[in-house]
Design a protein around this ligand. Structure first.
Ligand code: ADP
Ligand code: NA
Length: 329
């Protein structure tokens, strides 16, 4: 059975892009993989987080993952800072990775923008830590959204360079599992930006705890263009907002984009947005309700994370101890 590792930052409420790009696939992968799912709080503080909010959001994320169907008995769910192997291997990888490699990372450029000098060093080197997250478990498959493709290529480069530099065949190759549909859910306010829980506008995203009214309002206000929906999928290429809404509908209803347009193309956005609201409400609100129920018992969530950390540590500790021996510690 192949081992999966994947992470999500405990910063804010998970949004629809996290769900469609990551969480939903994590749930499915539990069938035939050994899964390790991590709330990556070390990554979260690459941008300043209010300490109390970070603790609270770690529990809230845990609740959303359990509500969505992650099974913490059959698999492992924990937070990154609880297992020291991540930080130790991350440091070693900071010394293996090359500045030239990091300079090519588009996500840093997107996040830092023009104000590059004023961002944390952690934000810049976070792909090295991400490589450590995966390789501390020798995980071979990593389900992520399309935005993480470049970071996984870097993780493979680091693994290969480590193997080469130390003359060992220690780290395996990593395969990215990127979902076919809705791999990149875009902002509801700007079809050229990805939907993100760190976007300052809450109108830009569906949060997994939104109720039916909130979802309906956000979809009603979602940016579109004045043309009717096309009937030919090719005509979506130059219309990012329309394309995003159609792709979300398609993946949630299990239809192809062509089928969606066969049903809804040729009319204005009104009726389509109503149908989209219905499938979103059906997919999102049960998860939100279960999340709220779980958050009423925070000690249960803390126990899940504690237990997960102990089991994660039991896998990572021997691997990272061996890495430390290989580098001469
Ligand atoms: P965010 O950008 O919302 O803070 P994270 O960095 O915590 O999200 O990413 C968690 C997971 O969700 C990753 O696998 C990432 O690829 C996926 N993901 C995040 N945003 C999107 C999106 N808009 N579309 C598809 N997948 C996404
Ligand atoms: Na992200």
């Amino acid at each position: 059975m192949q081992r999966i590792f994947s992470g999500i930052q405990p910063t804010g409420i998970p949004q629809l892009g996290n769900y469609l790009g990551a969480i939903r696939n994590w749930v499915a992968l539990q069938q035939d993989h050994e899964c390790i799912f991590c709330l990556v709080d070390l990554h979260a503080i690459t941008v300043w987080q209010d300490p109390e909010a970070l603790r609270q959001q770690t529990l809230a994320q845990t609740a959303v993952l359990l509500a969505a169907g992650i099974d913490p008995k059959a698999h492992i769910l924990f937070n990154q800072s609880a297992v020291s192997a991540h930080a130790r291997l991350g440091w070693i990888f900071n010394c293996v990775s090359r500045l030239g490699w990091l300079n090519r990372m588009t996500q840093f450029k997107d996040k830092a923008g023009k104000d590059r000098e004023n961002h944390s060093a952690g934000l810049y080197i976070y792909p090295n830590l991400m490589a450590a997250d995966i390789l501390a478990y020798k995980a071979t498959r990593v389900p992520v959204g399309d935005d993480q493709r470049q970071h996984l290529e870097l993780a493979n480069d680091i693994a290969q360079k480590f193997n080469h530099d130390y003359g060992v065949d220690f780290f395996p190759a990593i395969e990215a599992l990127i979902p076919a549909g809705a791999a990149r859910v875009m902002s509801l306010r700007d079809g050229t930006k990805k939907m993100s829980k760190s976007d300052p506008s809450a109108q830009s995203r569906i949060e997994m705890t939104d109720d039916a009214d909130a979802i309906a309002l956000k979809i009603r206000r979602a940016k579109t263009d004045p043309e009717p929906l096309p009937t030919d999928p090719a005509d979506l290429q130059s219309r990012p907002e329309a394309r995003n809404l159609v792709e979300i509908y398609a993946v949630l209803s299990g239809m192809t984009v062509a089928d969606v347009l066969a049903r809804h193309g040729g009319t204005g956005f009104g009726p389509f947005k109503a149908a989209l609201t219905d499938v979103l409400v059906a997919a999102v609100t049960p998860i939100g309700a279960e999340t709220r129920r779980l958050l009423d018992a925070p000690e249960h969530l803390q126990a899940v994370l504690r237990e997960g950390a102990a089991r994660a540590n039991a896998i990572a500790e021997p691997i990272v101890s061996e890495v430390e021996r290989l580098v001469g510690f």
